[in-house]
Design a protein. Sequence first.
Length: 256
Amino acid sequence: MEFIDTHTHIADEAFAGCEEEIIARAVDAGVGKMLQADIDSSERERMFALCDAHPGVLYPMLGLYPGSVTVNWRDEIDALTAWHADHEAVAVGEIGLDYHYGAETKEEQKEAFRIQLELASGWDLPVNIHLREATEDFLSIVEDCRHLHLRGNLHAFSGSAEMFRRLSRSGDWYVGIGGVLTFKNARLAREVLDIPLDRILLETDAPYLTPVPHRGERNESSYIPFIAAFLAQLKGVGTEEVARVTTDNARQLFGI
């Protein structure tokens, strides 16, 4: 079986000094490709260096995380454009809105988000979305941007199937399913039943959101098979089918 982790952070300081072990364990577990989410300029150079060292295995994204929308956010957006001129990325991400920790920057986040959606459209790249406690503003912006013909995925999806159906009317969208699916009494386990498998991607968000049976430990891409097996059980299909379909979905969306 072949898996793709569509959202991870191997450049995170949590993995400092053990990146090669993390990558090797993932490949041994069948996770042959791992997409690296960008946060801001603070770790971008290190992330791209890791991807350059592991071609065909690690793939970089390019984006400004909503939590990094601070006083110099316009400079960060300019930096994205400069990086794009000299580096290839598979998506603009992770971008979006987060009002849980960033309620005081709502307006700046919305402006930065719109600009990055326009960049993604102009660069012909999908978007990788971070969304927390800002669903209505997110949907409003995406619906207003139908003319951009967006495609992308909702990373760490925690919404409802109805919310996803509404979003799908405004572009070509997938959901990223990770460790939260395996948590006891997770609402997501019910909602995912009404989302077609051909709209689902697998992800870890490592080092965060570790799936059962490793919950409480540092997450890593080698745990993708646990998520796949749990999803397969919910959907009433084999893990091989989940691997095949979600891998095809990732290849289609990200062009890898």
